[in-house]
Design a protein around this ligand. Structure first.
Ligand code: ADP
Ligand code: GLC
Length: 476
């Protein structure tokens, strides 16, 4: 089977969050059995230089190559450049719309740029004659509407990684979608008086998925449907939750080149201690006690991630011996609060503002616990990375976190600590339980058990296979 994915992110070329990791690891697994292609934008600053093959593809279908709109002329000048990575063919969309971008999101004109990219992805699916077209998040959702309208529709799948980001714009900004080469009727995409790209994707895709069964259930109701639960309910029978997998080559404490000391289920205690000691030296806090529990936190500092609740709970539980190392950037208010703590409580709290892939691995390896206080979480990857690194996750009971972490009374099923979202008392009590677990005899068994959990794609890839099959059957 030939599958084309369309996405704004792909690790290590463009990464802002979990979408990049999810897609790179899924396609690597798919490529063992299928022909797998990924279309992504060629921005000015890529995380890695691609291995170009020299092949090129056009971005405009011959039947759409009529003179007239700016969109048509931009697409005439654009092209896809082919590269290869781990058995997957990558198609970088080379267009003046993306060429000068240093990062993929947050720029003006996103509604236009991603619609043009979406058209190009749709055209590429036709040139490559793929069996399935798989679009991810709102950035590529318009391609699904084009696919549905086309005389030569290709079976399509839409994966929602985060319903909070919908790509909704006032209609006066999206009038171009009615013109060449799109020629879409946009009134069905209306939500809350705006043209909503993710709604277009939900209505147009053959099959829809999201990244955990728990999040699927949540999105069928408000407030987690972010206003679109009524649309998802209409397509409920074609909507599935498939848990993300992780790449055990990238995230493996036994072979990780980014960490100070590799380790496995036998020597984890020693290995993690060495990682902790070296991390404390690297961050300039060499005197922090190695015997006190270290809690790691990494992530985009946005509303979703629930960091203010954590701050309140931390301050209320100052008697606990925990140390905290935090990596992330985002909301200035949260950043400033973290800077303040880092400065006023240097023997308890350390904050690194920014994006740092290596430091993320070092924190996973050094920490005893990993905290994810999310208010909602479609899947979350760090709780699974934490399991692999023998770092006990402390997570809120939401979305993919509740599907992957269980605080069971039965030791063999205990894979972390779970608390209620947006509840500082519940989070505070979870921090207390972490302390008790840290000094208990149970700890060694919990660590060994979680390190053996299998969160790879091997089995879960089959769930996507069955979705592709259904999408293909629908069009026959
Ligand atoms: P989301 O996609 O909502 O950001 P996920 O848990 O799915 O959440 O994935 C986040 C990914 O991004 C993880 O691999 C995490 O380690 C990484 N990440 C987030 N912020 C940073 C950062 N500041 N530096 C390095 N890696 C980060
Ligand atoms: C999104 C979600 C996150 C998920 C990731 C990959 O960014 O916020 O929970 O793990 O996509 O699917």
């Amino acid at each position: 089977m030939k599958i084309l994915h369309a996405s704004a992110e792909y690790f290590p070329y463009i990464k802002m969050g979990g979408l990049a990791d999810m897609l790179a690891s899924l396609t690597k697994e798919q490529a063992k059995a299928e022909e797998v292609y990924v279309a992504l934008p060629l921005i000015g600053k890529l995380g890695k230089e691609p291995k170009w093959t020299g092949n090129e593809y056009k971005a405009l279908l011959p039947e759409d190559a009529k003179e007239g709109t700016i969109a048509v002329s931009l697409l005439t000048k654009a092209r896809f450049l082919e590269a290869e990575e781990s058995g997957v063919k990558l198609y970088f969309f080379d267009s003046e719309l993306f060429a000068n971008l240093e990062s993929i999101y947050g720029q003006a004109e996103e509604h236009y740029r991603f619609a043009i990219f979406s058209y190009a992805c749709y055209a590429l699916s036709q040139f490559l004659q793929v069996d399935a077209f798989h679009a991810h998040d709102w950035h590529t959702a318009i391609a699904l509407a084009l696919q549905k309208n086309s005389q030569k529709s290709i079976p399509s799948i839409f994966t929602i990684h985060n319903l909070a980001y919908q790509g909704d714009h006032p209609f006066w900004m999206t009038g171009f979608l009615k013109e060449d080469p799109f020629r879409l009727v946009t009134s069905p995409f209306e939500h809350d008086d705006k043209c909503n790209y993710i709604k277009a994707g939900i209505l147009s895709a053959g099959q829809i998925t999201t990244v955990s069964p728990g999040y699927r259930e949540e999105t069928l109701n408000e407030p987690n449907g972010f206003g679109l639960s009524y649309v998802l309910n209409k397509r409920k029978d074609d909507y599935r939750g498939i848990l993300n997998g992780i790449d055990s080559d990238e995230w493996n404490p036994e072979s990780d080149k980014r960490i100070f000391q590799t380790y496995n289920t036998t020597n984890w205690k020693d290995g993690k201690r060495k990682n902790k000691e070296s991390l404390y030296q690297e961050i300039g806090r060499p005197k922090l006690p190695l015997d006190a529990p270290l809690i790691g936190l990494i992530g985009r500092l946005t509303y979703q991630k629930g960091f203010p609740t954590f701050l309140q709970a931390l301050l209320e539980r100052r008697h606990l011996p925990h140390r905290y190392v935090v990596l992330g950037s985002g909301d200035p208010e949260t950043e400033n609060a973290f800077f303040h703590l880092s400065d006023t409580l240097p023997d308890v709290f350390y904050f690194y503002k920014g994006y740092n892939e290596s430091l993320a691995h070092k924190i996973e390896a050094a920490s005893d616990f990993f905290l994810m206080p999310s208010l909602f979480e479609p899947c979350g990857l760090n709780q699974m990375y934490s399991h692999a690194y023998g770092t006990i996750p402390i997570v809120s009971r939401v979305g993919g976190l509740k599907d992957t972490v269980e605080e069971s009374n039965l030791l063999k099923y205990k894979t972390g600590i779970v608390f209620e979202p947006n509840d500082k008392a519940s989070l505070g009590y979870a921090l207390e339980r972490a302390n008790n677990l840290f000094v208990s005899r149970e700890r060694d068994d919990v660590v060994k058990n979680i390190m053996k959990l299998d969160w790879t794609w091997t089995k879960r890839k089959l769930e996507y296979d069955s979705i592709y099959k259904t999408a293909i059957e629908l069009l026959q």
